[in-house]
Design a protein. Structure first.
Length: 135
């Protein structure tokens, strides 16, 4: 934007949830980001881990319908060709199709189900080459 500050969206819970530790974490995140972009002068409590932004993501889709067995969890760092999940089809439960990481990446999200249809978006990943360290 005009101030050279990137737009930021934070997901901080849901409409029917109250959790003080999540609220505290969101407030700390907002303060840390505003400090990192020179929007406030006072340095807030720094996080225990480094903070990164990313420019793009990749989406991975199911090539077959069937039951999914996840091999990695959300937030995991994976190397290229690591198997992310296997898919067993109803027609041939002994044969498995796999979805592997196309590059070194971090798992951002996955479909919240154990049943996939061909073409479903199964994973969204952040390629590690797209990460930019800000703190």
């Amino acid at each position: 934007d005009l101030a050279s500050v990137p737009n930021i969206t934070l997901e901080c819970g849901s409409h029917d949830m109250y959790c003080q530790s999540h609220i505290d974490q969101c407030v700390s995140s907002i303060l840390n980001l505003t400090y990192a972009y020179d929007m406030i002068a006072e340095q807030p409590l720094l996080p225990e881990k480094e903070i990164y932004t990313f420019d793009n993501t990749l989406k991975l889709y199911a090539s077959k319908s069937g039951f999914v067995n996840y091999k990695q969890t959300i937030g995991s760092s994976v190397k290229q060709n690591n198997v992310l999940c296997s898919i067993s089809t109803a027609y041939d439960p002994l044969s498995e199709n796999t979805i592997s990481a196309p590059c070194d990446s971090i798992l951002l999200k996955r479909i919240p189900t154990h049943i996939l249809w061909e073409g479903d978006e199964v994973f969204e990943i952040i390629p590690t080459q797209a990460l930019n360290k800000i703190i």
